[in-house]
Structures are given as C-alpha cells and as structure tokens.
Design a protein around this ligand. Structure first.
Ligand code: PXP
Length: 249
C-alpha cells in the first residue's frame, strides 16, 4: 500500500497562552497561524475551551476570516460549543473531552458511555457540513463506537505513548502497538484516521510510518521549539521528520 501524504495540522493554542499570561494582544495566534501556513502547515487547529484559557471567541472569528487553509475547531461536546461551531462553520470540528482542572486534554472522549450525547452533537455538526472527528483512545471498542456515532474521522490520542517515550518507560512499545492496531482497524472500518497529542520530532517521525494515519495535529512541542529556532524552522523540521517517517513506511 502506498501511503497518502501525511498532513500537518498546527495547533496555535499556546501562542494564545503566552499572550494571555500578560493580557493584551501579543503574541497573536492569528499571526502564528499565517506564519505556520507559509511554513507548510496543511491546516490550523485551535481549541476554544470552556474557560477560554488560551483561544478566545474573537480568535476563532479572526482565524476564520484570515487563514487560507482549513480550520480544525477543537471543542467539548457542550451545547455552547455546538452552537458556536454551527454559527462559525469551520471546515472541521474535533470533539474532545474537557475538564476544568486538567492542564491539557487528558484521555480520549467517552464514546461508549457518552454515545448518545456525542451522536446528537455529531449529527448536528454534520448536517451543517462540518467534518466531525472524535478524539479517542486507540482502542477497538472506541473505534466501533465512533462508527456507530456516525463520525467520518477519528483522531487517536497519542498522549500515553508520548509520555511513556519521554519517561523511557517499558510501556512505550505496548502503547505504540495499541496505536498501530487502532490505525489499521480504523481503516478497516472506513474511518479517516488522524493522531495527535504530545508529539515531538522523534515520535512524529515514528508514527508517520503508519500508512493509515493521514493527519497529525501538533501544538505544544512546536511552540516550545519556536522559542529557540523560530516557528518556520520548527515546522520545516517537523515536516522533514514526518516525510522521512512516511518514506520509510
Ligand atoms: N489533538 C487534540 C485533539 C488535542 O486536544 C491536542 C491538545 O490541544 C492536540 C492534538 C495537540 O497536542 P499537543 O499540544 O500536545 O501537540
């Protein structure tokens, strides 16, 4: 099987985190998004959290008005966020679990316990022409639930794997195997498969070898690198790592 080109979605949330640390208007996540696109991003991802801790409503409006590539709107499955998505009509919406106390999205969406609730939101978003993806744990049960919900796309949560790699834990290979099995199963079930969370150059290169995955969404690591080498160089290095990983597939 010759693998499709792997798309890179750049998450600009943490440009807004730095801006909000001081208040005011800079650094501007929209400027970051435009620069990311110029540097090779295939799309921009932004998560409007319930507490607006990074991206704010006006950032979403400005991103929609300014960027030439698709916006992937990450959102909790709440009435408020569904309403904003229906009004904004981004290219894509990625449904994620959200807890106020977490520092970042912990774990995948509960597509089994929350099946009917997620299905209702998915149906409304799809009817508005928004491509829906579900951010799920890499498990066969979650994939089957995604099919039953009617989502065309899943994003596999790579956080546990990346954390195990960083810690040098023996669990890392087991976690990677879960992702590998889930990516193959997603394709078998007819789901478009994305992945993301906690990826860096090395983990992005490795996961790029899985031919069923067609998009990676990456934020925190790229923004950290950008502090030292600049955003265009960080994105170019990530692109190279992804292309090398895929070429070896
Ligand atoms: N994908 C999803 C669904 C996420 O919630 C996040 C974090 O906002 C990411 C990708 C990006 O994760 P990171 O910032 O760790 O690269």
């Amino acid at each position: 099987m010759s693998a499709a080109r792997l798309r890179l979605g750049v998450n600009v949330d943490h440009i807004a985190t730095v801006r909000n640390a001081r208040g005011g208007a800079v650094p501007d996540p929209v400027r970051g998004a435009l620069l990311a696109i110029e540097a090779g991003a295939d799309g921009i991802t932004a998560h409007l959290r319930e507490d607006r801790r990074h991206i704010r409503d006006e950032d979403i409006a400005r991103l929609m008005a300014s960027i030439s590539k698709p916006l992937n709107f990450e959102m909790a499955t709440t009435d408020e966020m569904v309403g904003i998505a229906l009004k904004t009509k981004p290219h894509a919406a990625c449904l994620v679990p959200e807890k106020r106390s977490e520092r970042t999205t912990e774990g995948g969406l509960d597509v089994i316990g929350g099946h009917d609730h997620v299905k209702a939101a998915t149906t409304k978003l799809k009817a508005a022409g928004i491509r829906v993806s579900l951010f799920i744990e890499p498990s066969v049960e979650a994939l089957e639930a995604a099919v039953s919900i009617g989502a065309p796309v899943v994003e596999l949560h790579t956080g546990s794997w990346c954390e195990a790699v960083t810690e040098g834990s023996a669990k890392a290979e087991h976690e990677f195997e879960r992702i590998k099995i889930a990516a193959a199963k997603a394709a078998e079930l007819g789901l478009e498969c994305h992945a993301g969370h906690g990826l860096d150059y090395a983990t992005a290169q490795r996961i790029a070898a899985l031919p069923q995955i067609i998009e990676l969404n990456i934020g925190h690591f790229l923004m950290g690198e950008a502090l030292f080498v600049g955003l265009p160089e960080a994105i170019a290095t990530m692109r190279k790592a992804m292309d090398e990983g895929r070429a070896g597939a």
